[in-house]
Design a protein around this ligand. Structure first.
Ligand code: 3PG
Ligand code: MG
Length: 399
C-alpha cells in the first residue's frame, strides 16, 4: 500500500488529509482529545515538508446538513494548540469558505474544513451521489492522505470515493494501526487473550465468531454479558439484555467448548436498583452472577471477577481489549474496567486497547498511555479488521 513517500515532493501541493477528529464534546468543551493528538504527526510531517494541508473530518452523526452542535471549530482550535501553529478554519466543507480558505494557504500552513457530514453526499448509500461530493472535495486538493483510522470501515465519500479521484496514500497513523492489528491476526504470540465489553453483544457478533477459532481465552464483561448469562439460564433482573441474541450466545458457548477456547464470564456482578443518574447517590451491591435480584440491574463485573479477569489478562502474551466492563463513568461502577486496564499495563507481551470507549476509559481513569503496547484510535474499525472484514478505506488505497 502507498505511504506518504509515494506522493513524492509535496512542497506547494494542496494535500487533503482525512483525519478522524471525532472526539467527545460537552458543549464546545473537548473531554478527550486523544484522537486529535494522534492526528498531529501526519499533519505536522506534511506541513514540515511544505505541503498546504487541508484537513477534513466528521464529528458525531449530524443528518447531512449543518448543525452547530457538531461544528469542528473547537477541534480546529485544539489542533492549532497542539501543532503550535495557526490553523485556518473553513465554515463549510466544499463551499465558498472552503475554497477561499484553501486558496489563502501558504506552503506549510494548515486548514480544517467544517464537518464533512454536514453534506448529505458524504454518507449517501448511492455511489454516484458520494462520487459527486467527492469530486467537490477533490477540487480543493492535489493529493489525498487517508489517516482517519477510526473511520476506514466506512464506505464514505471522504474516506473511499475521494481516493478514486486523487493520487492517494495512507498516513502514518493508519500505517501504525495496521502494523499492530496484523500482529494480532498473523500468528499472535500465545496465550492470546481477548477482553470484550461494551453494551451490545449485537455489535460484537462478527468478532466473537472469528475469535472462537483464533483466541485462547475470551473474557466477556460489560452490558453484553447479561445476554450470555441469560443464555446460561440465569435471570438478569433489569440488566441490559438482547433477547434476540440469547440463542446466538448459547451457540457461542457451545462452540467455544468444542474448539477448546475458554470463554470466561463474570461470577459476580455489581448491581444497583437504578442506572446511575446525577440526582441519586449510587447504592452498589455485589451479588452472584447467577443471583441478580429481579429489582436490580448489573452495572459492573464484581471484585472476584475483576481479579480473575486481571489474572487472565496478565497471563496473556498477546492481549486485545475492546469495551468497558461496566459504567466506568460513575466511580462506583468503574472498578472492573480499572482492573482490566491495570492488568493490560502489566502484560509481558503485546497489549492493545481497541479504540472508542475503552481508549477514552483508559485516559479518563488516569492511566499513563505509554504503559500500553498500543491504544487504537478506532473501535469499530479495529473490530471489523479482527473480524476479517475488508475495510473500504484501506482496500481503496491499493487500487
Ligand atoms: C467512531 O467514533 O467510531 C468513528 O469516528 C466513526 O464514527 P461513526 O461510527 O459515526 O462512523
Ligand atoms: Mg462508533
Amino acid at each position: 500500500m502507498r505511504d506518504l513517500e509515494s506522493l513524492g515532493d509535496v512542497r506547494g501541493k494542496r494535500v487533503l488529509v482525512r483525519s478522524d477528529l471525532n472526539v467527545p464534546l460537552e458543549g464546545t468543551n473537548i473531554t478527550d482529545d486523544g484522537r486529535i493528538r494522534a492526528s498531529v504527526p501526519t499533519i505536522r510531517t506534511l506541513a514540515d515538508r511544505g505541503a498546504r494541508v487541508v484537513v477534513t473530518s466528521h464529528l458525531g452523526r449530524p443528518k447531512g446538513e449543518p448543525d452547530p452542535a457538531y461544528s469542528l471549530e473547537p477541534v480546529a482550535r485544539r489542533l492549532g494548540d497542539l501543532l503550535g501553529a495557526d490553523v485556518a478554519f473553513a465554515t463549510d466543507t466544499v463551499g465558498e469558505s472552503a475554497t477561499e480558505t484553501v486558496a489563502a494557504l501558504d506552503d506549510g500552513q494548515v486548514a480544517v474544513l467544517e464537518n464533512v457530514r454536514f453534506n448529505a453526499g458524504e454518507t449517501s448509500s448511492q455511489d454516484e451521489i458520494r462520487g459527486a461530493f467527492a469530486s467537490e472535495l477533490a477540487k480543493l486538493a492535489d493529493a489525498f492522505v487517508s489517516d482517519g483510522f477510526g473511520v476506514v470501515h466506512r464506505k464514505q465519500a471522504s474516506v473511499y470515493d475521494i481516493a478514486l479521484q486523487l493520487p492517494s496514500a495512507m498516513g502514518g497513523l493508519v500505517e501504525g494501526e495496521l502494523d499492530v492489528l496484523r500482529r494480532l491476526t498473523h500468528e499472535p504470540e500465545r496465550p492470546y487473550v481477548v477482553v470484550l465489553g461494551g453494551s451490545k453483544v449485537s455489535d460484537k457478533l462478527g468478532v466473537i465468531d472469528n475469535l472462537l477459532s483464533k483466541a485462547d481465552t475470551l473474557l466477556i464483561g460489560g452490558g453484553m454479558v447479561f445476554t450470555f448469562l441469560k443464555a446460561q439460564g440465569h435471570e438478569v433482573g433489569g440488566s441490559l439484555l438482547e433477547d434476540d441474541q440469547v440463542e446466538t450466545c448459547r451457540d457461542y458457548l457451545a462452540r467455544a467448548e468444542e474448539s477448546g477456547v475458554e470463554i470466561v464470564l463474570p461470577t459476580d456482578i455489581v448491581v444497583d436498583t437504578a442506572f446511575p443518574s446525577g440526582d441519586r447517590e449510587p447504592q452498589p451491591r455485589v451479588v452472584a452472577a447467577d443471583g441478580i435480584p429481579s429489582d436490580s440491574l448489573g452495572l459492573d463485573i464484581g471484585p472476584d471477577s475483576a481479579a480473575a479477569f486481571a489474572d487472565a489478562v496478565r497471563g496473556g502474551r498477546t492481549v486485545f481489549w475492546n469495551g468497558p466492563m461496566g459504567v466506568f463513568e460513575t466511580d462506583a461502577f468503574a472498578d472492573g474496567t480499572r482492573a482490566v486496564a491495570q492488568a493490560l499495563t502489566e502484560v509481558d507481551g503485546l497489549s492493545v486497547v481497541g479504540g472508542g470507549d475503552s481508549a477514552a476509559a483508559v485516559r479518563t481513569l488516569g492511566f499513563d498511555e505509554a504503559a500500553f503496547g498500543h491504544i487504537s484510535t478506532g473501535g469499530g474499525a479495529s473490530l471489523e479488521y479482527l473480524e476479517g472484514k475488508e475495510l473500504p478505506g484501506i482496500a481503496v488505497l491499493s487500487r
